[in-house]
Ligand binder design. Structure first.
Ligand code: ATP
Ligand code: MG
Length: 149
């Protein structure tokens, strides 16, 4: 169905701001207003990426910048945090099922499925998900979906 991006993402951000009062989320939408997608699937991807950004950021630096743009025939969502980052040698592993990296912010009850699930969903929507990260600087997850499906 046709999604109004600003109100769609705005709803997710509002929910997280209620859940986590110290979460500073900003977003910018560049030259794209609506697109066709499955809102439930896309919402699950947002949910997991936003949750991770919060979980794996230091207490005084819970920041997330979401950038949405259109590139050629794709819509590109970038989620950039200033968290603990991911070691270079682990970047290929984070999308694997049940894969977790031990760190000070792992929580009981986390199983390492969030990103594997995101990848499954994004691939199902004919898109792609990638990550760039530097330890102690932050991570950027990029979701690319075809503009017309
Ligand atoms: P679950 O999502 O199932 O509750 P999880 O968060 O540990 O558990 P994933 O979301 O699949 O699992 O992430 C896999 C691992 O990648 C995490 O254990 C974490 O170490 C690392 N990771 C994920 N997102 C980030 C991020 N934004 N910054 C730093 N590390 C991250
Ligand atoms: Mg997770």
């Amino acid at each position: 169905e046709e999604i109004d991006i600003e109100s769609f993402i705005g709803r997710y951000i509002d929910t997280f701001k209620i859940k986590y009062a110290d979460f500073n989320i900003k977003f910018k939408i560049n030259r794209v207003e609506t697109f066709y997608t499955d809102p439930v699937l896309l919402g699950s991807v947002f949910q997991n990426l936003i949750e991770n950004a919060y979980k794996y950021s230091h207490p005084q630096q819970k920041e997330l910048f979401i950038n949405i743009s259109q590139e050629k025939r794709n819509i590109v969502f970038s989620f950039a945090d200033k968290g603990i980052g991911i070691p270079k040698n682990e970047l290929n592993n984070v999308f694997k099922k049940f894969y977790r990296i031990e760190n000070q912010y792992n929580q009981n009850g986390s199983v390492g499925l969030g990103l594997a699930f995101c990848k499954e969903l994004v691939n199902f929507m004919n898109g792609d998900i990638t990550v760039y990260s530097k330890v102690n600087e932050g991570s950027e997850f990029i979701v690319t979906l075809p503009y017309e499906n």
